[in-house]
Write a protein that binds this ligand. Structure first.
Ligand code: FAD
Length: 693
C-alpha cells in the first residue's frame, strides 16, 4: 500500500486521538481556552449578535475565523472541520462564521496576528453562493470602502493574513471562479495568503481528497508563519446533549422536526424562504415514464395564499425527510433505537457555535429531519470515529480505511455506502454506542433542500408550481446495494400516498409522510422558491433555441407553456426551437402528449427536435441533432435568437457549448476559436443561458 502525506498525517492523527481517548488526555495539559469555551456553555457568556467580526473575535478571545460561502452545506462542513482541527492540533482559538452574518468594511482592522479562513463554493455560472453575495459584491465593487478610509492603492489590507479553499466543479466553465476572484482581490488589496490557494473539484469526484491533501500543506505553512506548535489532537464535543426526562415528545415545546418556532406553534407565516419553508399542498402528481423500474415525477405544488411567487425559469427548493429505513438503521447502529423518542436538549458548548436545528427535540427528529445520513461518507470523519469503535478489529479497520485513500474509495465511496452501512459492515451485529451524539451532528452535514427547475409558466399557473423530477435509484453492477436519492424517493412516496397506491417502495423505504405532529397531512411538502436568472427574453418575438435532454426539459415546458398562452391570446411570438433527448420514444419521452397541444397553439413558430439515444444503431444525443440543424440554428442566431441549455452539467452542457461554437464557425466561415469567442460573448451578454446541475 502506498501512503501519501495526507494519509500519513491522518494516520498520525488517528493514533494520537486513540491514545488521547484511552488516556483521557493525560498525555498533555488541557489547553487553557478549552475551559474558556466551557464557560460559555448555554450562552451564559453569549456575545450579542454583532455584524462586526473583529469585535466578536475580540470579545470571545479568538484568533482564527473560518468563513464559509456554502450552497449545499459542504463548504460549511469543511469550515467547521477545519476549525476543529485548527483548535485540536494547533491550539488556534477558532470561530466558524456564516459569511452572510458579517460586514466586511473593517477587514482593514483585522489584527495581524489573527488568521481568516475563506471556504468558498462557486455556484452556477461562476457566481457566489447565496450567502456570499453581499461579501462578494463588497470586495468586487469599484472601490471597496474600508473603515479606516485607505484607498485600494494604499493596500488597506496589509495586516490581513488569510487562507483559501474553493469548492468548484471543473465541468462548469467558471471553475472555482469565486475563490479565485476573491483571492485576487485580497492580494491586490495588500493581504497575504498563507499556504496554497486550495481548490476542490466536484466534477472529478475528488473534492474530499483535494481538501485533505491541501489542508496538510496549508497547516504546515500556517503553523510555521504563526509559530504554532502541533499538539496531539483529542476529540472535544461542540455540543452538549442532555436527555430531559421531564419532557416527552407530546410536550408542546419539543420540536419533532418543525424547522422553527412558528412551525412548532402552528402559526406559520411568511416570508417563506430558505430559513422558513411553506408547507405546500401537492395539488397533483403523476408518473411520466412508462417503464416499471424507473420513475419520473410530475408534481404541481400549490403556493396560493403563501405570499410566495415565481417567474418562469425559477427554482423551487424541496425540503426532504429521511426514510424510515435509513433513520432506523443509523439510530440502531448507534444504539439509540430504544430511546429514539427521548427528549434531548442540544446546546453549543461555545457561544460562537450554532446548533443547526431547534431544540429541545428527540434523537429521532434530529436524524429524520436534520442530518444528511445518506450522503457520500467522508474519509476524515470515518477516521475520527476510531476511538469510539466497539471492538479492536473495527477500530483497526477504521484506521486502515481512514489512512488509505484508495482502499476507502474502493470499499466505501464507489459502493455508495452511507455512514450507517459502513458501521454495520465494520462491526456486524454490534452497536457503536460510544460515538458521542455531538460527533454525529458535527461530522455529518445538515440536510439541505434540493432544487428543481420549475416546469410551469407563472403566466399560465401563477399559484401552481410544476416540477419534473427523476427518482434516483442507482444499483451498481454486481452489487445488492441500491443508492436511493433522499428527496426524490420521498416525493415518490408522497405521490404513491396521494394515489392510494398499495405498492410500497420495493426497497422498503417508508416515510413519516404526515410530518411532525401530522402537520404535513393531506399530502404536503415543505418548500421555498429561489429566483434565478434563467429567463425568457423580455420581448416574446425574439427567437429562442432550447436544449434540454431528460429532466433538462423542465424549464422549457414552462417556456413553451408561456409562449403558447401568449399565442392563444393573439400575441406574436418568435420561433421556439426545442431539442429534447431521452432513451426512447416509448419509455421516457417527457410530456410526449403535451407537445402536440402546444404546437397546435403555436403553429410553425414551435419546433421540437428529438434525439432517442437507444432507438437507432448508433447513440444519438441532442448535440448531434443540433449539429444536423446547423443551418436553421445559424439563421435563428442571426435573427437574434437566445440560447438556453438545461440539465447535465458534466457532459451535455459542455458538448452543446462546443457544438454552437462549431456551427457558428462553419456557417460564417470563421475559425473554431472565433466561433467559441462568439459563444463567449453571447454568454456574457446573457444571450446564452445555462441552468445546469
Ligand atoms: P441525493 O440523495 O441528493 O443523491 C444525489 C446523488 O448524490 C446520487 O445520485 C449520488 O450520485 C450521490 N450520492 C448520494 N449518496 C451517496 C453515497 N452514499 N455515496 C456516493 N454517492 C452518493 N433534478 C431533477 O430531477 N429535475 C430538475 O428539474 C432539477 N433541477 C435542478 C436545478 C438545480 C438548480 C439544481 C442544483 C439541481 C436540480 N436537480 C433537478 C437535481 C436535484 O436538485 C437533486 O439533486 C436530485 O433530484 C437528487 O436529489 P435526491 O435527494 O433524490 O438525491
Amino acid at each position: 500500500i502506498e501512503y501519501d502525506t495526507a494519509d500519513i498525517v491522518i494516520l498520525t492523527a488517528i493514533f494520537a486521538a486513540t491514545i488521547a481517548y484511552f488516556t483521557k488526555g493525560t498525555f498533555w495539559g488541557k489547553p487553557k481556552d478549552l475551559f474558556a469555551d466551557l464557560a460559555h456553555t448555554n450562552g451564559t457568556a453569549k456575545a450579542g449578535k454583532t455584524r462586526d467580526f473583529v469585535k466578536k473575535m475580540a470579545e470571545t478571545d479568538r484568533n482564527a475565523i473560518f468563513f464559509y460561502g456554502s450552497q449545499t452545506g459542504t463548504a460549511e462542513d469543511y469550515a467547521s472541520r477545519l476549525a476543529k482541527e485548527g483548535h485540536a492540533r494547533f491550539g488556534l482559538r477558532t470561530i466558524v462564521a456564516d459569511i452572510e452574518d458579517y460586514d466586511f468594511e473593517n477587514l482593514d482592522t483585522f489584527p495581524s496576528d489573527h488568521l481568516a479562513f475563506l471556504l468558498l463554493a462557486t455556484y452556477g455560472e461562476g457566481e457566489p453562493t447565496d450567502n456570499a453575495v453581499e461579501f462578494y459584491e463588497f470586495l468586487s465593487g469599484d472601490e471597496p470602502q474600508f473603515s479606516e478610509g485607505a484607498s485600494a492603492d494604499e493596500k488597506p489590507l496589509q495586516n490581513l493574513k488569510y487562507v483559501t479553499f474553493g469548492l468548484g466543479n471543473n465541468t462548469y466553465e467558471h471553475y472555482n471562479a469565486m475563490v479565485r476572484r476573491v483571492d485576487g482581490f485580497l492580494t491586490k488589496l495588500g493581504a497575504t495568503r498563507y499556504g496554497p490557494a486550495g481548490e476542490g473539484d466536484d466534477g472529478a469526484g475528488t473534492m474530499e481528497e483535494d481538501f485533505l491533501a491541501w489542508k496538510e500543506e496549508m497547516w504546515q505553512v500556517v503553523s510555521k508563519e504563526m509559530g504554532l506548535e502541533e499538539r496531539e489532537a483529542v476529540y472535544e464535543p461542540v455540543f452538549k446533549i442532555t436527555e430531559d426526562e421531564l419532557l416527552s415528545p407530546e410536550s408542546d415545546t419539543v420540536y419533532l422536526g418543525e424547522p422553527n418556532k412558528s412551525h412548532l406553534e402552528g402559526k406559520t407565516k411568511g416570508p417563506y424562504n430558505s430559513h422558513n419553508p411553506f408547507i405546500a399542498p401537492i395539488a397533483k402528481s403523476t408518473e411520466l415514464f412508462t417503464v416499471k423500474d424507473r420513475n419520473c415525477l410530475h408534481m404541481e405544488i400549490d403556493i396560493s395564499g403563501s405570499g410566495l411567487s415565481y417567474t418562469t425559469g425559477d427554482h423551487i427548493a424541496i425540503w426532504p425527510t429521511n426514510s424510515g429505513k435509513e433513520t432506523d438503521r443509523i439510530l440502531n447502529v448507534l444504539g439509540l433505537g430504544e430511546k429514539r423518542h427521548t427528549v434531548i436538549r442540544v446546546d453549543a458548548l461555545d457561544s460562537t457555535s450554532k446548533v443547526p436545528f431547534p431544540s429541545p427535540t428527540t434523537y429521532d427528529a434530529v436524524i429524520r429531519y436534520h442530518v444528511e445520513i445518506n450522503g457520500l461518507v467522508s474519509r476524515q470523519f470515518v477516521a475520527s470515529l476510531a476511538p469510539f469503535a466497539p471492538s479492536e478489529k473495527a477500530k483497526s479497520e477504521l484506521v486502515r480505511l481512514g489512512g488509505d485513500k484508495d482502499a476507502f474509495a474502493e470499499e466505501i465511496s464507489s459502493r455508495y455506502l452511507n455512514i450507517a452501512q459502513v458501521l454495520e459492515m465494520l462491526a456486524p451485529g454490534q452497536t457503536w454506542s460510544a460515538i458521542p451524539f455531538s460527533l454525529i451532528i458535527e461530522g455529518l452535514t445538515h440536510i439541505q433542500p434540493r432544487y428543481y427547475s420549475i416546469s410551469s409558466s407563472s403566466q399560465v399557473q401563477k399559484d401552481q408550481i410544476a416540477i419534473t423530477a427523476v427518482v434516483e435509484s442507482i444499483r451498481l453492477p454486481g452489487s445488492k446495494h441500491i443508492l436511493k436519492g433522499v428527496t426524490t424517493n420521498y416525493l415518490l412516496a408522497l405521490k404513491q400516498k396521494q394515489h392510494g397506491d398499495p405498492n410500497p417502495d420495493p426497497h422498503g423505504l417508508t416515510y413519516n409522510i404526515t410530518g411532525p405532529r401530522n402537520k404535513y397531512d393531506g399530502i404536503h411538502v415543505p418548500v421555498h422558491v429561489r429566483h434565478s436568472n434563467f429567463k425568457l427574453p423580455s420581448n416574446p418575438e425574439k427567437p429562442i433555441i432550447m436544449i434540454g435532454p431528460g429532466t433538462g426539459v423542465a424549464p422549457f415546458r414552462g417556456f413553451i407553456q408561456e409562449r403558447a398562452a401568449l399565442a392563444a391570446k393573439g400575441e406574436k411570438v418568435g420561433k421556439s426551437l426545442l431539442f429534447f433527448g431521452c432513451r426512447n420514444s416509448n419509455e421516457d419521452f417527457l410530456y410526449k402528449d403535451e407537445w402536440p397541444e402546444y404546437a397546435a397553439k403555436l403553429g410553425d413558430s414551435f419546433k421540437l427536435v428529438t434525439a432517442f439515444s437507444r432507438e437507432g444503431p448508433k447513440k444519438v444525443y441532442v448535440q448531434h441533432r443540433l449539429q444536423e440543424h446547423a443551418d436553421e440554428v445559424n439563421e435563428l442566431l442571426k435573427a437574434g435568437a437566445y440560447i438556453y441549455v438545461c440539465g447535465d452539467a458534466a457532459h451535455m452542457a459542455r458538448d452543446v457549448n462546443a457544438t454552437f461554437g462549431r456551427i457558428i464557425a462553419e456557417k460564417r466561415g470563421q475559425t473554431e476559436a472565433q466561433g467559441e469567442e462568439v459563444v463567449k460573448r453571447m454568454r456574457s451578454s446573457n444571450q446564452y443561458q445555462e441552468d445546469v446541475w
